[in-house]
Design a protein around this ligand. Structure first.
Ligand SMILES: N[C@@H](CCC(=O)N[C@@H](CS)C(=O)NCC(=O)O)C(=O)O
Length: 284
């Protein structure tokens, strides 16, 4: 999704030349765009927006993305938001090493839309089973900036959806019924994926595509949250391991040891309390 230059209120970025990615090291959608840029060998400048510190709600960033979300691509002063749209936009500009197999544009569009629709579910799973709630305690959702970016001249409702998510999370965490529904949605999608990957090297056949990149990120995330991928969907797990062997994928999903340690302790606590993904799956 390309924004109009009149929608951008942080005007300085309109003069940026080359390829810039506003992203966060540990954000799933950011990882997706970084892996894509690595695979395509597109040189880019990375600008970290620390989501844990609420930097996406700074005046500066709110003046760029009306949704206050990462990633944002700035390509020779043009601003693009929505990770899947960013990949498809770049695919149209950089044709060598195609990641949209011939005649599959429409199928890929549909599959990426399906993947994007699951974003709310990966969020629920992440904040229910992976990230302890205290880590988001200090997350400061700043009020709407005076000079907020717009979408075609209007404030964007997706910003309110996101703010509402954080407000609810602050009050109740992720509710059990939402977590269960999200697990069912993922399990169903992964069962289909498993059928496809039983006979194929990649999701769409013999060629690597944007859909593989997108699902690599989701499968990484749910495994970090201790979803039993290998046991429930062995062909998806085999495909995941093949991609993980490639450093262009692997380096973007690396987590520092201290983070791994904190999340491991959290997962032990969930297991002891019988609140892990495995426990929720048993109840379904
Ligand atoms: N559909 C969007 C989702 C973007 C999104 O939700 N980004 C998350 C990180 S993965 C974010 O910026 N979260 C910050 C927040 O909610 O405060 C995309 O694909 O780009």
């Amino acid at each position: 999704m390309k924004l109009l230059s009149s929608d951008i209120k942080t005007k300085e970025i309109l003069d940026w030349k080359g390829t810039h990615l506003l992203n966060y090291q540990f954000s799933a959608c950011s990882m997706k765009t970084r892996i894509y840029l690595n695979l395509k060998k597109i040189p880019f400048t990375s600008h970290q927006i620390n989501l844990s510190a609420g930097e996406n709600f700074s005046e500066w960033f709110q003046g760029i993305n009306p949704r206050s979300l990462v990633p944002v691509l700035i390509h020779n002063g043009e601003v693009h938001i929505e990770s899947n749209d960013i990949l498809q936009y770049l695919e149209g500009r950089y044709k060598e090493v195609s990641l949209i197999p011939e005649n599959m544009e429409e199928e890929i569009k549909d599959l990426l839309k399906f993947e994007d629709d699951l974003h709310v579910d990966i969020r629920n799973i992440t904040f229910k089973f992976l990230v302890p709630r205290f880590l988001n305690k200090g997350k400061s959702v700043q009020p709407k900036a005076k000079n907020k970016a717009t979408l075609n001249g209007e404030l964007d409702f997706m910003d309110d959806v996101n703010r509402n998510f954080w407000e609810q999370y602050e009050k109740h965490g992720i509710k059990d019924k939402d977590a269960s529904r999200s697990l069912i949605n993922f399990r169903t999608a992964l069962e289909d994926l498993n059928d496809q990957l039983e006979h194929n090297q990649y999701i769409l056949g013999s060629e690597l595509s944007l859909v593989d990149i997108a699902w690599f990120i989701y499968t990484t995330r749910i495994q970090h949250a201790n979803y039993p991928l290998k046991r429930l969907h062995p062909s998806v797990f085999g495909w995941y391991e093949r991609l993980y062997a490639n450093n262009l994928f692997r380096k973007e999903v690396k987590r520092p040891l201290i983070m791994q340690f904190v999340l491991y302790v959290h997962s032990l606590i969930l297991r002891l309390k019988r609140r892990s993904i495995e426990d929720f799956l048993l109840d379904q």
